[in-house]
Design a protein around this ligand. Structure first.
Ligand SMILES: *Cc1c(COP(=O)(O)O)cnc(C)c1O
Length: 436
């Protein structure tokens, strides 16, 4: 069902030629290292951001219910993504919680999530006293394996939360079709996927809601912040009320007409103003990341044992929050991943091993065994959850994944040659590095 393709990459042959025939010694063995310069710093800002923040400060209107900055940002982000409604929130986590709550997901309900994600995806589910059900990862794409989605659905399933991990869209065709057939809402966790597209339409606009994060590391950033998108007016109203202590959109002051539970998950005017300024840089940054990432992929093709993350055919734009590949140590004289990463670091190329298996985190079992949960889960239910949570493909992925962060993709194009050259050097001397 799921056809996978690597995006067409031009210039692969000329790119491969730029890798040297006989690489230099790696830095760990006394070589010169590929890069001494710093990588681009993050965040990027100038006078525009300073003036935006000072403007809010001097206005004295710091809260969204007095000022206009957050509302303006919502309008701009909805326009940018093509969504009918946008609601800004205090974080990506709060956008997810708001979505789950507005969709009525509560205690004992099951929510389907991938295990290869940031912990917040799962925490949002647990905050509703709902149960995260893991669907194993498609190792080739690093995304939820949609072929394994339907068997995970039960009569308790109340939502599916695919994550567009690293900025690359999950297999939305398959996920949306299954969810529609089973009448289960989809909440897109697009926290890493600003401007990513599925069939030329922005991710975050396909599900019942789509959630974004503007936390400091993300491709659009105001320190902390978030937003959700929806095309459903009723859902937009419910989300709005939930995020501001159940006051309706029009209500001024305090109302006695509270219709649901709520919290204060509002964005401040400072964040709204900062985001509006940051948004003017987003498209250019996204283009640069994409061009560099595609070039890097063309270079890494010629290195055996490096498998770059593939994209599904519906992916028409990858946001590249992360550049992800798999490392096969058998093609590197069995050099362990940790040593490979250390060698890369020594070259001047910082890379990380990414996530560890979230489905195996002890806090999950502790939570399901907590007093509140055990009111509706028997010991047998918890045991059954443990059995269902096995994700063998994800376990393998966690042992071979390598990530580069988005700011590295904002460097000059020649920096991509340096990354590929660093890996080539390590490979050429892998046996020596393994003996260190
Ligand atoms: C960052 C992130 C979140 C949470 O966003 P915050 O703004 O940090 O609360 C959720 N899911 C994913 C996949 C993320 O990367």
């Amino acid at each position: 069902m799921t056809e996978i393709t690597r995006r067409a990459v031009l210039g692969a042959s000329t790119a491969a030629a730029s890798l040297r025939a006989s690489p230099e010694k790696p830095a760990l063995l006394g070589g010169p290292g590929v890069r001494a310069e710093k990588w681009p710093s993050w965040p990027v800002f100038d006078r525009q951001e300073e003036e935006a923040l000072l403007g809010v400060l001097r206005s004295g209107l710091w809260n969204r219910r007095s000022g206009k900055q957050v509302a303006r940002f919502e309008e701009a982000y909805a326009k940018l993504t093509g969504a009918r409604y946008c609601l800004a929130t205090s974080s990506g986590t709060s956008a997810l919680i708001t979505s789950l709550s507005a969709l009525g997901v509560g205690a004992g309900d099951e929510v389907i999530v991938p295990p290869y994600t940031f912990v917040a995806t799962v925490n949002a589910v647990l905050m509703q006293h709902a149960i995260p059900v893991f669907v194993d990862t498609d190792r080739e794409t690093f995304q939820m394996d949609a072929r394994k989605l339907e068997p995970a659905i039960t009569e308790r399933t109340r939502a599916v939360m695919p994550v567009h991990l690293g900025g690359s869209p999950a297999d939305l065709d398959a996920i949306l079709a299954i969810a529609a057939k089973r009448k289960i809402p989809v909440i897109e966790d697009a926290c890493q996927a600003h401007l990513a597209e599925w069939r030329n339409r922005k991710v975050g606009t396909w599900g019942s809601t789509g959630c974004f994060s503007f936390q400091a590391s993300k491709n659009l950033n105001c320190g902390d912040g978030g937003a959700l998108l929806t095309n459903d007016q009723d859902l937009a109203d419910k989300c709005y009320a939930f995020h501001t202590n159940s006051s309706g959109r029009q209500a001024s002051g305090f109302s006695s007409l509270y219709v649901q539970r709520g919290a204060n998950l509002r964005m401040t005017e400072f964040q709204g103003a900062l985001l509006a300024a940051q948004m003017t840089r987003l498209e250019n940054q996204a283009r640069r990341r994409q061009a560099n990432a595609e070039y890097l992929t063309s270079l890494l093709k010629s290195i055996s044992g490096i498998s770059t993350a593939k994209m599904y055919v519906g992916c028409t734009r990858n946001a590249y929050h992360l550049y992800m590949f798999r490392y096969d140590k058998s093609k590197f004289a069995n050099l362990p991943l940790a040593r490979f990463l250390k060698a890369l670091h020594a070259e001047g190329v910082p890379a990380s091993a990414g996530y560890s298996p979230l489905n195996k985190e002890p806090f999950l079992l502790n939570t399901l065994n907590s007093r509140g949960y055990r009111r509706f889960l028997s010991e047998k239910d918890v045991q059954r959850w443990r059995e269902r949570s096995a994700c063998p493909e994800n376990d393998k992925l966690c042992e071979e994944a390598v990530w580069l962060t988005q700011n590295m993709l904002l460097a000059e194009r020649s920096a991509m040659d340096q990354i590929a050259e660093a890996i080539a050097r390590i490979q050429a001397y892998a046996a020596d590095l393994a003996r260190l």
